[in-house]
Design a protein around this ligand. Structure first.
Ligand code: NAP
Length: 480
């Protein structure tokens, strides 16, 4: 560096707190550089300073950067690049061309690409790959882009701790992981730079695992709402001229919720049952499930939680029945007419049994539903062993389905056989919703019969049908 360059660098160096400026005595590994003094650069710089790093910002306007954290130093890009081995690029990708003239200063440095895009496939190549092409002499590592400026500023307790990194150089990635660890973050190496696009797409995702279950829930709710609207409200209007449209708000909602809940709970257990039959049919567990089944199995938790939500709404709607104006009016009218007509009514023990059993099964089913929901929370499931988790989610899950299905059968009781139930030749919603859970329970019953269960268990332990003939050494059964 010439004397003139040195004096220019001196004049472009601005310390925001002379007492705490990046200590040149600090080893290079304790000094980091951040290009860009915007939202992310500012928050990251602050966290780095708090973690004990000496921070040097690289800015286009080092003299007018007024909102930087105390203790940081701010220089022009070229000078800042020389102060540290590791440089965070907190600049939008569109402006990356400013790095091209700095290629010499950046040679051998580790550049951390923090950038994100506005939408998927916005550019032909990943931002990190683009950065690497602009500065081929540097080691580019993609990372930290899943953190927000806000979460970084709010400190380790509130921030999302998980960061993903990828890059070609193992050494460069180690240096970035070391910084992440010192910041209290947990870094996961996702592999080479070719994964960068995937990491850049992470922040653009909006509840990806909830999309399918939510669509199913909305689709089922809408379909059953219109079905029930026609069967009850429109039917009453057309055939009896009665306007019972007020029933849409509570009665209809209280029918749609349990129907959707039961169907979604069945959909939560159906893929597991189908997968077992597929393994039985193929005689091996070593062949991949079709993609649709894989996708379905991956969203079982979300299906279950949504179904719990609908069950919860059903409970709330049921609890408010006694305070409904319509119900109180009908009850009073009935009592008055019994007194006026001097009638007596007989207590029907069968009806009492049916009603109590129906309610009791509903309560037990809902209790188990809640248990399933609680054990699916990561903080709870992490505290369970695999056996405990699968006992609750599988055994108790199927028991929940059984109780809720029985609850619905008892609701129908003898109405299944009455022709007046089938308005306009259509079955009521609760009958339709019984089809899927009944099928799932029947299939599950088949799977737990001893001979089928034994084969499935062997397959899950690695046994393959036909393998005995292929390799006589494997002829010993895994389960005696
Ligand atoms: P920002 O607030 O717009 O700041 C970007 C900084 O880049 C500016 O402050 C400026 O710093 C510098 N800059 C602007 N134009 C430039 C140019 N033509 N040449 C060189 N430098 C220029 O952006 P940000 O929100 O901090 O985001 C920075 C990067 O991090 C983006 O790629 C973004 O996708 C990514 N990111 C942001 C967040 C977040 O929460 N904000 C989260 C994850 C990832 P100087 O004036 O000091 O030069």
């Amino acid at each position: 560096m010439t004397g003139q360059e040195r004096s220019e660098e001196k004049s472009e160096c601005v310390s925001l707190s002379p007492m705490m400026e990046a200590d040149p005595a600090l080893p290079e590994s304790e000094r980091v550089c951040v290009f860009g003094t915007g939202d992310l650069g500012h928050s990251l710089g602050l966290r780095l300073l708090q973690a004990g790093y000496g921070v040097v910002f690289g800015s286009r306007r080092p003299h007018s950067s007024s909102r930087l954290p105390h203790g940081a130093q701010v220089l022009g890009h070229a000078a800042a690049a020389q102060s540290a081995h590791l440089i965070f690029i907190a600049v939008q990708r569109e402006h990356y061309d400013f790095l091209v003239p700095l290629a010499n200063q950046l040679k051998g440095k580790v550049l951390v690409d923090l950038s994100n895009n506005l939408r998927k496939n916005q550019y032909p190549e990943a931002n990190a790959e683009y950065l690497q092409s602009l500065v081929p002499g540097a080691e580019v590592v993609k990372g930290f882009n899943t953190l927000s400026a806000w979460s970084l500023q709010n400190g380790p307790s509130d921030a999302n701790r998980q960061v993903y990194i990828c890059g070609e150089s193992a050494e460069a990635k180690e240096a970035v992981i070391a910084v992440a660890t010192k910041l209290g973050l947990s870094a996961l190496d996702r592999g080479s730079i070719s994964v960068a696009r995937e990491l850049e797409d992470f922040p653009l995702q909006l509840f990806p695992q909830w999309r399918l279950p939510l669509r199913i829930a909305i689709g089922l709710s809408a379909a059953f709402f219109f079905y029930l609207l026609i069967r009850y409200v429109i039917y009453a209007y057309v055939t009896q001229g009665k306007d019972i449209s007020f029933r849409i708000m509570v009665s209809l909602a209280n029918q749609v919720c349990p129907i959707v809940s039961l169907i979604m709970l069945s959909l939560c257990y159906l893929p597991g049952v189908l997968a077992s039959f597929l393994q039985l049919y193929r005689g091996t567990k070593y062949r991949r499930f079709p993609n649709w089944l894989d996708r379905w199995m991956l969203c079982r938790k979300q299906l279950g939680l949504l179904s719990l939500g609908f069950a919860f709404l059903h409970v709330l709607y049921t609890l408010i029945i006694p305070i409904r104006y319509f119900v109180r009016f009908k009850a009073t009218e009935r009592t008055v007419s019994v007194i006026r007509e001097n009638r007596t009514t007989e207590f029907d023990t069968t009806t009492a049994w049916r009603s109590d059993s129906y309610l009791s099964l509903g309560i037990l089913g809902f209790g188990l539903y809640v248990l399933l929901g609680i054990t699916s929370l990561p903080s709870v499931s992490n505290a369970l062993s695999w056996r405990e988790f699968s006992f609750v989610q599988s055994k108790l899950g199927h028991l929940t389905l059984l109780l809720c299905t029985a609850h619905t059968y008892l609701y129908g009781w003898n109405r299944f056989l009455s022709s007046s139930t089938y308005k306009w030749y259509t079955p009521p919603g609760y009958m339709l919703c019984l089809v899927l859970p009944s099928v799932v329970l029947l299939l599950k019953l088949l799977l737990i019969t001893p001979c089928v269960d034994r084969t499935i268990t062997r397959i899950r332990q690695g046994w393959e049908r036909g393998a005995d003939q292929r390799n006589p050494k494997d002829s010993q059964p895994l389960i005696p």
